[in-house]
Structure formats: C-alpha cells, structure tokens
Design a protein. Structure first.
Length: 189
C-alpha cells in the first residue's frame, strides 16, 4: 500500500468512497453525509484541500482510504484551545472492502507522525454528534472527548484529541511515497 498526496485526478475515487460510506452509515441507521445538497460544497472543499496539499490517499491497486489534514474548524475549536497546536483529521474514510485491516487506525497514527514532524503536540478531530459508534472508535484509538459543540448550521461537533506522541499500532506503520514525508520508508512512531 502506498500513501500519497491526492490529486484532482482522485476526485472521482474520493467521492466514490464517500458515497459508499453514506450508504453504509444509512444501513447502520446513521444519517451522516446523506443530504445530496451538501455534496457540492463538500466536493468544493475537498478539491481546495487537495490543491493545498492537505488530502492524502492510500492505494492498494486502487484508492482504499483517504484522510485530510485540515485547517482548524473554528465552528468548533476556540482560541483558548490554541488551534495552531494540532493537526486536524478530517474526511477519514476507508473502503468497506478493507474492513478489519485497521486502515483508519493506521491513518490516525500517521496523522500523529505528521503532527510530531510539525512540532505540534495534538491530533484533533470532530465528528457527527449522533454517530456514537464513530465516537467510540476514536475513544478506543486514544482520543479524549474535549466537548460537543452544536452550532445550528452544523451536524458535526463531537470533538476529540489525543497526544501526537500516541502510536497505537507501531507494528503496522504506513509508508508514504512523498519525499516530503520520509521517502518510502515506514514512518517512525
């Protein structure tokens, strides 16, 4: 598997991952990302993140996962949180065909390595307020619940963070094809 920066050529594969995730979430009774009106704005934001070099894809012949190291979302994070002290995980999606391979967990560890490389002590994220299973996953991965925000124009808002020094799966580190991030060697935990 290769972890590399996404390009605009990956947009169709990324949207396919999201649409697959929407269907899986709906089948699990979770109404996340399903509003078709939000796809256009979400895609535009994703393209901006790709062009800014913030979105990564994991390939295993085809794109099987993605993560964006986003800017702090100021709908949720406050100035008192010291927003610049963290890397922010967003749009972490894995293909259903990879279930059980721990790709999401491994991408969280990789995100921590990026925070450490930037001298930032935290990895932070927000997720859907009603997606308790996802919140439980993040808690099992070492994230602590910071608080839940509920702006009226957003459905996300459960906020978590863990120290960037946390490496939950040191025996399963991802590799990257970008020389900016340690060449093609396993990232150090």
């Amino acid at each position: 598997m290769i972890l590399r920066l996404a390009t605009t050529e990956d947009v169709d594969a990324l949207m396919a991952l999201r649409i697959e995730a929407e269907g899986w979430l709906a089948a699990a009774g979770i109404d996340q990302w399903r509003n078709p009106r939000t796809r256009g704005p979400a895609l535009a934001k994703w393209v901006a993140d790709i062009e800014a070099g913030r979105t990564w894809v994991l390939e295993d012949q085809v794109v099987v996962a993605t993560v964006t190291l986003a800017l702090p979302d100021m709908d949720f994070w406050r100035t008192s949180d010291d927003p610049e002290s963290a890397v922010y995980v967003a749009k972490l999606i894995t293909a259903r065909a990879t279930k059980g391979r721990g790709l999401g967990s491994r991408l969280l560890d990789w995100s921590g390595s990026q925070a450490r490389a930037q001298g930032k002590p935290w990895v932070r994220l927000d997720c859907w307020r009603d997606n308790l299973a996802l919140q439980d996953f993040y808690m099992r991965e070492g994230f602590a619940h910071v608080r839940t925000e509920a702006p009226t124009h957003r459905l996300s808002g459960w906020m978590g963070q863990r120290l960037a020094s946390v490496v939950r799966h040191p025996d399963r580190l991802l590799t990257t094809s970008s020389p900016q991030f340690s060449g093609s060697k396993p990232l150090e935990g």
